[in-house]
Design a protein around this ligand. Structure first.
Ligand code: MV4
Length: 446
């Protein structure tokens, strides 16, 4: 049993983790940077410790400061949230050597899945269907071209250390291959100090569908259904929903089983996500595994009734999964709109500043995960996501209507947000019909 958890994060996810800890009767420690002195998470936690300047490298990413904060407060465990140190295997090892429990999977899995070409190899060996492509890492364009010619164009060249679209290039034909491969590889070298690449067949206009899984220390793994995260802009997700409007029941079953197989193959422990691309014919292919809790986890909570953060903590305390696969039921439909402090009229330019008026929507099946309060000053130093509006309805149509009511009600004064842009998507025919794929926002903006 944990007596105290340190939350190595900020913003709405820190608040979310503090609330779950309290529900389990566990004390909480907030860490904060100088610019976050007046942030909500510091107010809600039992204790707070300043860990340095606004620059994440000197605070939220500084492993030694966070370990020291955990030690001086006698914390039993650290919850990393998402981003920052959540997928840093060195940090997981550092927790272990200081006798602090890291609420997440073990470091070797984080390493194995963090390297995307290694993850592909692992899943190929586990007989999980991956996108047709290379089996081994690729280091030079000549080698890459041979493989691309075998796969057949178009292909997509990706960086092993990539994510968020960095070090990625779509290649339409052989003539363009060398130039684009080198561009992707240089980008990867600069961003990640890694020249390891891999190649996949390019899937045109795919859906991005991911499956939530939970695993305990005893080898039990269950899935909690899928989330459709196809609505994204510049590789940033904007809207997520569960279940997917696109999948039929048979594909859904297969996808869930495939995700459990993938997680079992790596003895996965804690919460994780298996990401798939789904093509127009409902063929699905593994692309990546996320070894953290994700921003969009609430839509899964809303349709399953399972508190994923509580489950994460329980699993880390050595408890068995609280339910079996047969006990998981998907009820109704949930949608999440991410509210960002940004200006859609000016190329989504970040819009930090002081909140001068605030009204958060409410009502039956309406949830807002946020760390905002009236008078709060959003600092310019961090991610622009300031709230998540989440709705639950008995079906997708009702959920969309509920989201419209919620977004109409939302007032965030003093800064620009993307709330009206999100509202317009709720009225978009392609979206309403469930036909929006990963190219949707780019096409909409054109
Ligand atoms: C792909 C793909 C098509 N085929 N892989 C983008 C984020 C990263 N996690 C995976 N991504 C993609 N991988 C294969 N084999 C399409 C995307 C993709 C994308 C690619 C280039 C430019 C914009 C994109 C938007 C969404 C998805």
């Amino acid at each position: 049993m944990f007596n105290k958890i340190l939350i190595a994060n900020r913003g709405e996810i820190a608040v979310r983790i503090i609330r779950a800890s309290k529900l389990l009767g566990i004390k909480t420690v907030a860490v904060y940077s100088e610019v976050d002195k007046n942030s909500l998470h510091t107010e809600l936690a039992d204790e707070k410790i300043c860990i340095g300047p606004s620059n994440p490298k000197e605070s939220y990413l500084d492993m030694n400061k966070i370990i020291t904060a955990a030690l001086v407060t006698n914390s039993d465990a650290i919850h990393p949230g998402f981003g920052f140190l959540s997928e840093n295997s060195k940090f997981v090892n550092l927790c272990k050597s200081n006798n602090i429990k890291f609420i997440g999977p073990n470091s070797s899995i984080i390493d194995a899945m963090g390297n995307k070409s290694k993850a592909r190899e692992t899943m190929i060996n586990a007989r999980v269907s991956v996108v047709p492509g290379s089996q081994n890492p690729i280091y030079d364009s000549e080698e890459g071209k041979k493989i691309a010619n075998e796969i057949g164009y178009p292909v997509i060249v990706k960086a092993s250390s990539g994510g968020g679209g960095k070090g990625m290039r779509i290649v339409e034909d052989e003539i363009k291959f060398t130039r684009l491969f080198n561009l992707a590889q240089n980008e990867s070298l600069n961003a990640f100090n890694d020249n390891t690449m891999y190649i996949e067949k390019y899937i045109k206009n795919p859906k991005h569908i991911e499956v939530q899984i939970l695993g305990d220390k005893y080898g039990n793994v269950i899935h909690l259904g899928e989330r459709d995260c196809s609505i994204q802009r510049m590789h940033q997700k904007m809207i997520e929903e569960a279940p997917s409007a696109f999948l039929n029941e048979e594909t859904r079953q297969k996808l869930g089983q495939c995700a459990v197989k993938a997680a079992k193959a790596v003895n996965y422990e804690n919460a994780g996500t298996i990401e798939f691309l789904v093509d127009e014919n409902s063929n699905f292919y593994f692309i990546e595994m996320n070894t953290r809790i994700q921003v969009e986890h609430p839509v899964t909570e809303m349709v399953t009734g399972i508190d994923l953060i509580k489950e994460q903590i329980r699993i880390a305390m050595g408890e068995k999964l609280s339910l079996s696969q047969e006990e998981v039921r998907i009820k109704g439909h949930s949608i999440e709109c991410r509210i960002n402090a940004e200006n859609p009229a000016n190329n989504f330019m970040p819009s930090p500043g002081k909140i001068t008026a605030l009204h958060l929507p409410g009502g039956y099946g309406v949830r807002v995960d946020t760390a905002l309060y009236n008078g709060y000053k959003i600092p310019p130093n961090y991610d622009s996501m300031i709230a998540k509006v989440i709705v639950h309805g008995s079906n997708r149509k009702e959920a969309i209507e509920k989201m419209k009511v919620a977004l109409e009600e939302l007032v965030v004064g003093g800064i620009k947000t993307n709330a009206n842009f999100q509202y317009s998507i709720m009225n978009n025919k392609t979206y309403i019909e469930g036909n929006a794929n990963t190219g949707f926002i780019a096409e909409l903006l054109e």
